[in-house]
Write a protein that binds this ligand. Structure first.
Ligand code: GDP
Length: 197
């Protein structure tokens, strides 16, 4: 897709703040600092659409970005931050869960779970992945920061991620780098396929 328009529409906490335009949605989730803002900016071809490097754990809102008046890229709050209170964690879970329940039947076409290519998925990543599966959502795993390892390490790292997340043979993990612009076409192709479902 050639991005002609990329626009922040709203920062929402409650479902009555979600856009009512009826566009399909592609949502992104992952632990804080995994590179979520960077991949959104890269796909949208904008430098500062989503805020990069914001203080981990501070964002508990959902940001909707209108792409070409065709669909929304949805930036869900990051998880896995240390030192947060139980109350905060519960409010985070509530925000994500409310979004998933509200959108899973219609608008939400694909949820992208981001993991860092350098590390085995964390306990939080595994929990998140199982949770998304439980919702019956189309899920795509993207391994971020692929420029941080050598080419020869990429396949072994992807295999490790697949193993830890217990992915089936037909489920892929796409290596991605915002820095070196790796994987952009592969991700767009998945987005396009899922928008047409
Ligand atoms: P978020 O918290 O998940 O939204 O993550 P950000 O997009 O803000 O990125 C967190 C940090 O990782 C920032 O310092 C980014 O510059 C860095 N980062 C993000 N993507 C990449 C990448 O593809 N390669 C490298 N080397 N660094 C990245």
């Amino acid at each position: 897709m050639i991005v002609k328009k990329a626009e922040h529409v709203i920062t929402a906490v409650k479902p009555n703040q979600y856009p009512a335009t009826g566009y399909p949605e592609i949502a992104f989730v992952g632990r804080s600092n995994v590179g979520k803002s960077s991949i959104i900016n890269t796909l949208a071809n904008r430098k500062n659409l989503a805020r990069v490097g914001s203080t981990p754990g501070k964002t508990r809102q959902i940001n909707f970005f209108n792409i070409n008046d065709v669909f929304f890229l949805v930036d869900l709050p990051g998880y896995g931050f240390a030192n947060v209170s139980k109350d905060l964690k519960a409010s985070w879970e509530n925000i994500i869960e409310t979004y998933l329940y509200s959108r899973k039947e219609n608008a939400l076409k694909l949820i992208v779970l981001l993991v860092d290519i350098r590390h085995s998925p964390s306990k939080d990543d595994i929990t998140m992945h199982q949770w998304l599966r439980g919702f019956g959502l189309n899920t795509l795993i993207i391994a971020t920061k692929a420029d941080k390892i050598s080419r020869s390490q990429i396949t072994p790292r992807l295999n490790d991620i697949k193993k830890v997340l217990q992915l089936g043979n037909d489920e892929k993990v796409i290596p991605f780098s915002a820095e070196k612009r790796i994987g952009i076409e592969a991700v767009w192709s998945e987005i396009d396929i899922n928008l047409e479902r």
